[in-house]
Design a protein around this ligand. Structure first.
Ligand code: GLC
Length: 424
């Protein structure tokens, strides 16, 4: 009888592997991952077929929701050469900063890379090294209450100015009718990466550029960007609760899903959760592209999404790589889309009738995410986290009434120029 080694077992995959799994040594593979919403429960279901096929077990190491907090923790673990964690679920913006800490997946992935949208693979490729495989992509939407828009005979807004007016009108009318907790618009205003995403959308959709352009030019200090951030600051305490200054995705979803906001900016994960049985807005909301600003006619959505990377300090690299290929492959992405409503990065799933029927946002959102605006992580390389934290601080200060957008963006430009030095 042929003696199976562990490595041979994972390479076989599928049914054959499950037959021989009992003869092989099983590994326990640890994935560090954020668990926003019901992500932990869902990930356990997504990895189950792989566990069954290989005989290995997967353990989740749950992380706080904030991508900013995850990044700080991951960076510490990786700098210390932590061999306890085999796989990290990584944000789309991290590849250039963490490239040296992960193994190159290009060879193991082989043709699998061609099954993904090329732009997503590109975002995870640093100097030819495939740092991580995509698990899902994301581009935010404007969530709106169909029942309230109908009741007040209002249209889905296509400009931020229109959104401000509609939100105020409906909020006032609902409050006058005794719904004291009603707000117009909730979003993410905490001082963290999520505010960089919201801020970039306001600025870009006003025609104010991308903070730092793909060629490295610092463009943030301009009149359109200033007007965009000023408008957002005017929402705080009027159509948006002041608490937004501490909101991340889940806090805004909390207000929305209890029925207390007319509009919400959030990622696609909130569609399925909003339609769950315990949701006050079940069946009474729709999603549309985010509005554009001023006299500019382009809506902007920040490109989000999460990937899976194998730590170079893992002592189970073969099994970890096998799991990464599974999570970045069609089978896992299909299960994930059906369970979570998150957008796959495997092109063929956008032609899969069963998936489309279960996740209607996919058809509508394919173009939105393909045209989404990347944050400037590629041009700024290792400095991205600092760039982003300076941007979200300038925006957070303005939203909090500490300085005007004009002053704060001028200061930001000076700080970014210093940080860049001669080049990024
Ligand atoms: C979502 C996006 C991610 C982004 C984060 C900000 O998780 O997928 O890319 O950085 O939100 O809060």
């Amino acid at each position: 009888m042929i003696k199976m080694t562990k490595t041979m077992t994972y390479l076989l995959g599928g049914v054959a592997a499950s037959v021989i799994a009992s003869t092989a040594l099983a590994d326990e593979i640890k994935i560090a991952t954020g668990i926003t919403g019901n992500a932990a429960e869902n990930l356990a279901k997504i990895v189950a077929p792989w566990e069954e096929a290989t005989g290995h077990t997967v353990t989740l190491v749950p992380m706080p929701s904030s991508t900013t907090d995850q990044f700080s923790q991951f960076r510490l673990w990786l700098a210390a050469g932590n061999s306890d964690i085999d796989l990290y679920r990584t944000d789309v913006i991290w590849a250039p900063q963490l490239a040296d800490q992960f193994i190159d997946l290009s060879e193991a992935a082989g043709d699998l890379v061609n099954e993904h949208f090329p732009s997503v693979i590109e975002s995870q490729t640093v100097n030819g090294k495939l740092v991580a495989l995509p698990m899902f992509t994301a581009a935010p939407a404007l969530y709106y209450r169909t029942d309230l828009l109908e009741k007040y005979d209002a249209e889905v807004p296509t400009t931020w100015e229109e959104l401000s007016a509609t939100a105020q009108r409906i909020q006032d009318a609902e409050r006058a009718a005794g719904k004291d907790d009603m707000w117009g618009f909730v979003w993410q205003g905490n001082a963290y990466e999520g505010l960089t995403c919201n801020g970039l959308e306001w600025v870009k959709s006003f025609g104010g550029g991308q903070i730092i352009e793909p060629d490295g030019t610092i463009s943030i200090n301009n009149p359109a960007a200033i007007a965009a951030v000023e408008l957002a600051a005017s929402w705080v305490g009027t159509i948006t609760p002041e608490g937004v200054l501490a909101y991340q995705e889940e806090e805004s979803r909390g207000v929305w899903q209890t029925g207390n906001s007319v509009f919400m900016r959030n990622w696609p994960y909130a569609v399925n959760l909003g339609n769950s049985d315990d949701s006050a807005v079940k069946g009474s909301f729709g999603v549309a592209p985010l509005p554009s600003g001023g006299d500019h006619d382009g809506s902007a959505a920040t490109l989000g999404g999460w990937n899976i990377a194998v730590s170079k300090y893992s002592e189970n690299q073969d099994a970890a790589t096998s799991l990464a290929l599974y999570l970045g492959g069609a089978e896992a992405q299909r299960i994930s889309a059906m369970l979570t409503g998150r957008l796959p990065t495997i092109t063929a799933l956008y032609d899969d009738a069963e998936v489309l029927a279960e996740v209607p946002i996919m058809e509508q959102w394919k173009d939105v995410f393909l045209e989404a605006v990347p944050r400037p992580s590629a041009p700024t390389q290792g400095a991205y986290n600092e760039v982003s934290s300076k941007f979200w601080s300038a925006v957070h200060n303005t939203l909090s009434g500490e300085g005007s957008a004009a002053d704060n963006l001028e200061l930001l430009e000076a700080e970014l120029t210093d940080l860049r030095g001669d080049s990024w």
